[in-house]
Design a protein around this ligand. Sequence first.
Ligand code: SF4
Length: 64
Amino acid sequence: VLAASGLCATCAHVRVVPSKRGSEFVLCRRSEDDPRYARYPPLPVLDCPGYRRAEGVERPGGSR
Ligand code: SF4
């Protein structure tokens, strides 16, 4: 699910939550203290003001 999530894939605020049916959801942890962010953002997220690049994570297809 992360690979298709756009910016969330490399965002420090993301958390992947497995569902009972075997799929996964992208949970935006920014939503916990900022109501402007959806708890489960519609994917892919292409532009997000809250994006913060996670350390040690490369953008898909990108080089370091
Ligand atoms: S802050 Fe934006 S890019 Fe980061 S997880 Fe939340 S919705 Fe995705």
